[in-house]
Design a protein around this ligand. Structure first.
Ligand SMILES: *[C@@H]1O[C@H](CO)[C@@H](O)[C@H](O)[C@H]1NC(C)=O
Ligand SMILES: *[C@@H]1O[C@H](CO)[C@@H](O)[C@H](O)[C@H]1NC(C)=O
Length: 519
């Protein structure tokens, strides 16, 4: 794998994308009389809309698309380790989708029908695949049913291509484990730099960035969608907590966990969100949160002029500090683009209680350790069969298998969580501290200034959003001077997805930064 950081290398990226654009233009502009030959190459960077158009014109089948991704996974996954398992039934599911399309009116089919998707390995699939959060401790466990989001994906006709790798246990075993590492799959790699993919939804981001799948889903408790999307130059969408079902997802904290899309474009992410959002009676939070879902779904907010009239907040301290000058120059250009497209930027805003946010990490940690023990034990108890039945069992498993599970990385979060005894005084204080912080901090900033979104570079805003269950979308913004990709996050109040989509789509259409890695 040739991973380069030189300007020359980016030049070749651009040439490569130009060629791709020409190819895709040929693919999408034809009058249907000629069927272009689909060399695997031309599927690279294909969008959900282009896939549906290709299906409609009989230019290719879902089987052909699955075969392309299987070939790419075979070729590059040994280096990138973004995919943990393949679904042995992916091809037969594709055949079924192809057959359905030939018999049903296209209008009745979901935009994800026949589209291959990769699922983070902490999301249960009741099929031939394992659901392990990357750990040998769960290898061979049998889940009672598909996760709520997987049920919705299957109903929509999506093809479950495989399980994406992740930071083991969504990075809640030890802080010393490297991002993107898990016992079963090893170390995932960033396809642009060869280095840190960030986690914990590392494999979901690596895989779509490197065109090993059409779309993917990941999960976020604090940064696990936004950060890998930042590092791998893709779009990550962390929905309002409870908008998407967490039933059947190996948990950290039901108060903060959220399942969301990781895709190459904003529109792809929105098509996925439209399918996975909504009520699931196995996750009661989805009932209350469903009031946020607009009639007609989210795709209606993919508007080219979505930035017009939007009020966007800029908070320099802390979000723009410690960023290199070259990167700041790129960001300033983007902020100007936002203005030119009709957004009103309110700069030099301040988070009202910034100092108190300094203590948010420790409060979050206190609450999460106890919530993890309770919710993980519930998840493990529900399994039909499993090598481990409790957090205590998982700790013992790691001690018994120090090589397999690289115990040298430690398991102090497991041990500290096991020492908790439910939501008691310390946890209650931490929770009320965070509630006050949200109310007097982020929420006040947003409402006082009538903001539609806060704009921040990289994923550094993730704790601010995480502790309040707030949504955020990250969109590719460029490369820093080390060749590391980064994105811009648009974060908002609960239920503000429609506005975030308008803003993120408007920014993406105005900039079109994303380029595939050179592999
Ligand atoms: C699931 O794990 C078992 C080992 O317990 C393995 O034999 C099997 O191949 C795995 N499934 C897939 C689809 O990789
Ligand atoms: C970055 O910009 C600031 C202000 O313009 C300047 O003081 C500083 O020297 C610059 N740093 C580098 C490394 O160029």
């Amino acid at each position: 794998m040739a991973i380069g950081k030189s300007p020359l290398c980016y030049l070749s990226f651009s040439l490569f994308s130009a060629l791709l654009l020409i190819l895709l233009a040929t693919l999408t502009s034809g009058n249907g009389l000629q069927t272009p030959k689909f060399h695997g190459f031309s599927f690279r960077e294909i969008t959900v809309q282009q896939i549906q158009l290709g299906f409609k014109r009989n230019q290719f089948t879902s089987r052909r698309l699955v075969e392309f991704y299987l070939k790419e996974i075979d070729r590059i996954n040994p280096l990138l380790k973004g995919v943990l398992e393949l679904n042995p039934d992916a091809l037969s599911q594709a055949d079924k989708a192809d057959h359905e399309r030939s018999t049903k009116a296209a209008i009745s089919l979901s935009p994800l029908h026949g589209v291959p998707i990769l699922i983070k390995d902490n999301i249960a699939t009741k099929d031939k695949m394992n659901t392990t959060a990357g750990s040998y401790a769960l290898l061979g466990s049998v889940v009672p049913r598909d996760a709520g989001v997987v049920t919705k994906l299957r109903k929509a006709g999506a093809i479950i291509l495989g399980k994406a790798s992740l930071s083991e246990w969504s990075h809640f075993r030890s802080n010393n484990a490297p991002s993107g590492w898990n016992g079963r799959g090893g170390q995932g790699k960033n396809p642009y730099t060869g280095g840190d993919p960030c986690g914990s939804s590392s494999g979901s981001a690596i895989s779509v960035a490197a065109n090993m799948g059409a779309v993917s889903i990941g999960t976020e408790t604090d940064g696990s969608i936004l950060c890998p999307s930042n590092n791998n130059l893709v779009v990550g969408f962390k929905p309002t907590v409870g908008l998407t079902s967490r039933a059947g997802v190996i948990p950290i904290s039901p108060r903060q966990d959220s399942v969301g899309p990781i895709c190459r474009t904003v529109s792809d992410a929105v098509y996925v969100l439209d399918v996975i959002a909504g009520i699931d009676y196995n996750d009661k939070a989805t009932i209350e949160t469903s009031r946020y879902i607009p009639k007609g779904g989210y795709a209606q907010f993919l508007k080219a002029d979505g930035l017009r009239g939007k009020r966007l907040g800029i908070v320099i301290n802390p979000f723009y500090l410690g960023i290199g000058n070259d990167t700041i120059a790129i960001i300033e250009k983007h902020l100007n683009t936002l203005r030119k497209r009709g957004a009103v930027l309110l700069d030099n805003l301040e988070i009202p209680n910034l100092a108190a946010y300094g203590n948010s990490g420790s409060a979050e940690n206190t609450a999460m350790l106890a919530e993890f023990r309770i919710s993980l034990n519930e998840y493990l108890k529900e399994l039909v069969a499993s090598p481990v039945r409790s957090l205590a069992d998982a700790i013992a498993f790691n001690k018994k298998n120090p090589k397999l599970e690289k115990l040298e990385y430690g398991q102090e979060l497991f041990i500290n969580a096991e020492a908790t005894k439910g939501i008691r005084k310390a946890e209650k204080e931490a929770l009320s501290f965070m509630n006050r912080l949200n109310r007097e901090g982020f929420e006040k900033l947003m409402t006082k200034n009538k903001l539609d979104a806060l704009v921040t570079p990289t994923a550094s805003v993730s704790p601010t959003l995480a502790i309040g269950g707030f949504p955020g979308v990250i969109v590719p913004a460029g490369f820093d001077s080390d060749g590391q990709p980064f994105g811009l996050v648009f974060g908002g109040l609960k239920g503000s997805e429609p506005k975030l989509i308008e803003i993120a789509y408007g920014f993406e259409q105005a900039t079109k930064i994303r380029k595939p890695p050179k592999l």
